[in-house]
Design a protein around this ligand. Sequence first.
Ligand SMILES: NC(=O)c1ccc[n+]([C@@H]2O[C@H](COP(=O)([O-])OP(=O)(O)OC[C@H]3O[C@@H](n4cnc5c(N)ncnc54)[C@H](O)[C@@H]3O)[C@@H](O)[C@H]2O)c1
Length: 295
Amino acid sequence: MKNIAVIGAGTMGNGIAHTFAQFGYKVALIDIAQTSLDKAVATIEKNLDRQLAKERITADEKAQTLSNLSTFTEVAEGVKGAELVIEAATENIEIKLKLFQQLDELCDASVILATNTSSISITKIASVTQCPDKVIGMHFMNPVPVMKLVEIIRGYETSDEVTELIMETSESLKKIPVEVNDYPGFVANRILMPMINEAIYSLYEGVAGVNEIDTVMKLGMAHPMGPLQLADFIGLDVCLSILEVLHDGFGNPKYAPCPLLVNMVTAKKLGIKSGEGFYSYTPGSKELVVASNFK
Ligand SMILES: NC(=O)c1ccc[n+]([C@@H]2O[C@H](COP(=O)([O-])OP(=O)(O)OC[C@H]3O[C@@H](n4cnc5c(N)ncnc54)[C@H](O)[C@@H]3O)[C@@H](O)[C@H]2O)c1
């Protein structure tokens, strides 16, 4: 495979496009919002400059990566000629089902349709297409150019051939793919999200403050980032929607999202992307400041 289309140019889409382009694939990056595409290209350039400064890539490789990228606001235009489409649009089941119906009509039967969903059933997404054997989960981690893992999720009908090809494609990006089956939250988020939710419950019940909870987990468990800071990094709306999928999918109250998380998402305190979550963020500053609500 040489031609890839990535749908959604947000946090994950720009990282996925960057990584494929860096490893020589021609990448069409698609988003309904031109502003998201502009922001994504600016982010990719900034991240390439960082890799260049650390001597991880050369100036030629930076130029080559940028020349492998093109952007589109129309899905029909962007997926022309793609052999693999990776959907990384907003974590919303209606949006994803609609996109896969559209891809099913637009793409040839040989095209592999992957989704970067954090939690939505691959089998459900595949069920709206005529080729469920060609649909697979390709769950990259944030930030994509840096993180080694790709969780490869087989839907109920995903074929062995497609799974093998996607494992090989992930390895061609110098990533380490791990194959898992399609149950709510797969493996990564089934384990991570209850930990984040429990950290939010500890704050909500007054067991400890934001800094204290994160420090316990950083120093005590050798986590590079505390769970509240990680929730801000992922996006509190994304965390809430994953917990809802776990709660609905297993019907077990242990996955019920903490009311504090629900309140924060309702108040649009979404973490880094909105400028405030458990911490408040000032563009250009790396200092970690606890949000005023938690002081
Ligand atoms: N944020 C994370 O840490 C993380 C990690 C792994 C996986 N994911 C998953 O990756 C996916 C994307 O998440 P994100 O954090 O990048 O979201 P985001 O909100 O940063 O970006 C989503 C982008 O999708 C675009 N979009 C929405 N509907 C579209 C459509 N119909 N066609 C084209 N573009 C459309 C939006 O304009 C936006 O630019 C989600 O499924 C999420 O669960 C997120």
